[in-house]
Every structure is written in structure tokens, then in C-alpha cells.
Design a protein around this ligand. Structure first.
Ligand SMILES: Cc1cc2nc3c(=O)[nH]c(=O)nc-3n(C[C@H](O)[C@H](O)[C@H](O)COP(=O)(O)OP(=O)(O)OC[C@H]3O[C@@H](n4cnc5c(N)ncnc54)[C@H](O)[C@@H]3O)c2cc1C
Length: 404
């Protein structure tokens, strides 16, 4: 199979334009896909037919990750067209993102230890020839090399492909999982601390202790519709990785209440649409980015510009990423004459770290992080495996007024 010319086609350009970081583009994609969230999705979703024939999954994740469109909007569109039973599989997939976010929120040291492990791997000179071959798509494993190029070009990979990729990285190439997770986070338009870190840990046997995911050639051949068959090239066993760190569980913090006084609205890449949920207009708005802080290494320009586009679609101008958040927020609050800053709840990750480091209280500002009811209802059930949340989905949906 030749892969070299795959991305130099007109479809390639069309695809790049398709991932346009606007709410309108996300809503359009949702409208087009909603009819396919029923039984068709359930039976076809595991196939990766390739980037030019991807109509069996939604590719909505870049918009949902930045909340240019929200999980609830996706559920609204789905359940307006299908019964819950018909769309159950798709609805559950939407809740996987929620599960990972809620889980990491309650075991935040997993994010800290991922970052420490990544820094150690980089310091140890783990960016060896093998690593360079992997990230440049020169391993000789045809499917893997193809996916590297696809990821770099498009900023997206199919879920099943992400699983195969991570499994080959950990068990065949035997590279540190943190370097693979970082490679994803720097290249995925939907790069997300919770879904990414916990999915890599799940493949490696660290999330569900001792349970790993082994990529099998026959499974790849079947679900790529025969495009690839790495027979004889992949590890045949997947011994779970282990770690010394224990990760204590912490309670989900209480959400902040909406303030009575005038406020500055801060829009970040974690929830671009929070402004639309507020009962009152802000006195002023500011948009700030933490995208470069997803990794110590350089973030791909397409990822950076998707996040910047998403925030500016919501708020107009976006602040400079290399300047201090504290200074920019304090200056904007002073200009607006307010003492309160309202933002969407920042889940564990770079935005939350930036907000913590800003220490706005020292400047006499109050920070209110407004959490959506959807998160507040679901997160407490994301403590162990996905099953714990899955069985609560109908109850959660009913609490949100869906007729389920
Ligand atoms: C190793 C690995 C790393 C991943 N890294 C990320 C990441 O950085 N960011 C990210 O958003 N997702 C990540 N995922 C999860 C998943 O692969 C993507 O969310 C999904 O492929 C997005 O494609 P889609 O929108 O076409 O999904 P669809 O199949 O159309 O599903 C609809 C929506 O449900 C959610 N969803 C579906 N599957 C998953 C899943 N397994 N986990 C979490 N949410 C899901 C997404 O919001 C998705 O947009 C990762 C998965 C793996 C195995």
C-alpha cells in the first residue's frame, strides 16, 4: 500500500477546512451526523475506513472538547431523532468523555504524575532513535507509520486507531507511555488531559489495574476493512505496566455560585460557551489560552490555531499566551471596574493550573468557576470503572429533563 500521496488530494484540503474552530461549523457537523447516531453508529463505529470515508463516526470531538458545542447539545440532537434505546451506544460514548473528566477531577495526582513521568522520560534522553522513528513514521510497521502521518496532517485519529496506536507504542515499540500520550496531546485537535491521559493508561494496564489492550493484526485487518494487516509485526503479549504512586481520591469540589455584582467573563479553551449559560451579561470579556502548556514540547500549529480560533469565536480578541494570566485578568477587571471574574469550571489540566497560579485573590479579585449541571450530576459517579457511570446514565438524563 502506498501512503505518501494520501494527503495531497483535494479531499485533504476539504478535510482541513472541515475542522473549522467555530460554533457554527460544529453545529453544522452535528446536524449532519445526528441522523446517524442510532443503530448504524452502534454497528459501524469500530471501523476506520480512512480519513476520506469517515461517515460512521462523528469527528465532533474537537468542538466538544473545547465546548464550542456541548455534550448536552449533542444529546439534544441525538435524542430528538432517536429513542434512547436506539442511540444508547452513541450516548454512552458521549459519557466516556464525562467519565474521564470526572475521574481525573477526583484523582488529580494522576495528571501530576503523568507530567513528572513525561519530564523524566524527556530528561533521561528517552527521545532515542526508536522514539524519533516512531514520531516520524519510520518504524516499518505500515499501519503505524500511516497513522503518524494522518495524525500530523489532520489532527484527528479514529478511536479504534488510537487504541491500536497506543498499544503498538507501549507493547511493540516499548516506548514510555508518557511520550506517546504527549505526542497525541501535541497533535490532536481534541487533545484533552483527561481523555488522553486516562486512555493511554487504560491501554497500558494502569487505569483498570492489570487489564491491558493488545492490538492484534487480525483485528486491525478487519476494522480497517483490509487496508492494513501487520501480521507478524506486533507484540503477541501485553504485560501490564506498573507504577509506585498511589492516587488518593479527593471529593469533587463544590461549584461556585453566580455572583450578584458586575463581573468580567473569562473564556478559556475548556468551555468556550459558558457565557451563553449565564443569567446576566458581563461588564467585559477576555479570552485566554493555555494550549502551549499541554506539553513541554512545541504544540502543533493546527492544534494551537484550533484552540485560539475556538476561544476567539466565543469572545472576540484572545490575550497573549506568553504573558501572565494574572496581569491580563487584573488589567481587564480594572478597566471594567469589577472585582469578580466568572469563568467555566476548569477541570484538571493546564487551564486549571493557570488559574491557580494567577492567585487572583492577592489582587482582591474573586474567581467564580461555574460548573454545568451536566458535570455536577455525572462526575460523582466516575469513581471506579465506566460501568458505575454507565448504569446511572438514564437517571442523569431524566434529571436533565430528557424523556428516557
Ligand atoms: C489512546 C487514546 C487517546 C485519546 N485521546 C483523546 C483526547 O486527547 N481527546 C479526546 O477528546 N478524546 C481522546 N480519546 C477518545 C476518543 O478516541 C475520541 O474522543 C474519539 O475518537 C473522537 O472521535 P469522534 O468525535 O468521531 O467520536 P464518536 O465516535 O463520534 O463519539 C462521539 C463523542 O463521544 C466522545 N467519545 C467517543 N469515544 C470516546 C472515548 N473513548 N473516550 C472519551 N470520549 C469519547 C467524544 O466526545 C466524541 O466526539 C482517546 C482515545 C484513546 C484510545
Amino acid at each position: 500500500m502506498t501512503t505518501g500521496d494520501l494527503f495531497e488530494t483535494q479531499a485533504d484540503h476539504a478535510r482541513a477546512a472541515e475542522f473549522s474552530p467555530t460554533r457554527q461549523a460544529g453545529l453544522l457537523r452535528l446536524d449532519q451526523f445526528a441522523a446517524r447516531t442510532g443503530k448504524h453508529y452502534a454497528s459501524q463505529r469500530n471501523f476506520d475506513f480512512g480519513p476520506d470515508r469517515r461517515s460512521n463516526v462523528s469527528a465532533l470531538s474537537p468542538w466538544i472538547r473545547h465546548r464550542l458545542i456541548t455534550e448536552q447539545e449533542v444529546l439534544n440532537a441525538t435524542l430528538a431523532r432517536h429513542s434512547y434505546l436506539a442511540a444508547e451506544k452513541f450516548v454512552q460514548e458521549v459519557f466516556w468523555r464525562t467519565y474521564f473528566k470526572g475521574w481525573l477531577q477526583q484523582q488529580p495526582s494522576v495528571w501530576t504524575s503523568y507530567n513528572e513521568g513525561l519530564q523524566r522520560a524527556l530528561d533521561d534522553g528517552a527521545r532515542t532513535t526508536d522514539y524519533n522513528d516512531a514520531v516520524e513514521g519510520r518504524t516499518g510497521i505500515d499501519c503505524f507509520d500511516h497513522w503518524v502521518r494522518e495524525l500530523i496532517k489532520t489532527g484527528y485519529l479514529h478511536n479504534h486507531t488510537r487504541m491500536w496506536f497506543a498499544s503498538i507504542w507501549v507493547f511493540t515499540l516499548r516506548l514510555p507511555w508518557e511520550l506517546g500520550a504527549d505526542f497525541f496531546l501535541r497533535h490532536l485537535l481534541d487533545g484533552d488531559p483527561a481523555s488522553n491521559t486516562l486512555s493511554w493508561r487504560w491501554v497500558a494496564g494502569l487505569h483498570t489495574k492489570g487489564k491491558t489492550y493488545l492490538a492484534r493484526p487480525s483485528n486491525i485487518a478487519k476494522y480497517t476493512n483490509g487496508r492494513f494487516n501487520p501480521e507478524g509485526q506486533l507484540a503477541k503479549t501485553a504485560e501490564p505496566l506498573t507504577e509506585e504512586n498511589a492516587h488518593p481520591r479527593v471529593p469533587v469540589p463544590s461549584p461556585d455560585a453566580m455572583p450578584d455584582e458586575g463581573f468580567l467573563l473569562l473564556v478559556t479553551e475548556d468551555d468556550c460557551q459558558i457565557g451563553a449559560t449565564l443569567p446576566r451579561q458581563p461588564k467585559a470579556e477576555i479570552g485566554l489560552l493555555a494550549t502551549q502548556r499541554r506539553s513541554p514540547l512545541a504544540i502543533e500549529p493546527i492544534v494551537q490555531s484550533f484552540a485560539a480560533g475556538a476561544v476567539s469565536d466565543a469572545v472576540g480578541a484572545v490575550g497573549a499566551e506568553d504573558e501572565s494570566w494574572a496581569e491580563q485578568i487584573i488589567a481587564a477587571a480594572e478597566t471594567a471596574g469589577v472585582k469578580t471574574v466568572v469563568t467555566g469550571f476548569a477541570p484538571v489540566g493546564p487551564v486549571a493550573t493557570q488559574l491557580q497560579n494567577a492567585r487572583l485573590d492577592r489582587a482582591g479579585l474573586t474567581l467564580c468557576q461555574i460548573r454545568r449541571d451536566y458535570d455536577s450530576l455525572a462526575w460523582p459517579h466516575a469513581t471506579r470503572g465506566f460501568f458505575g457511570l454507565k448504569k446511572k446514565i438514564p437517571t442523569i438524563l431524566r434529571s436533565l429533563d430528557y424523556a428516557v
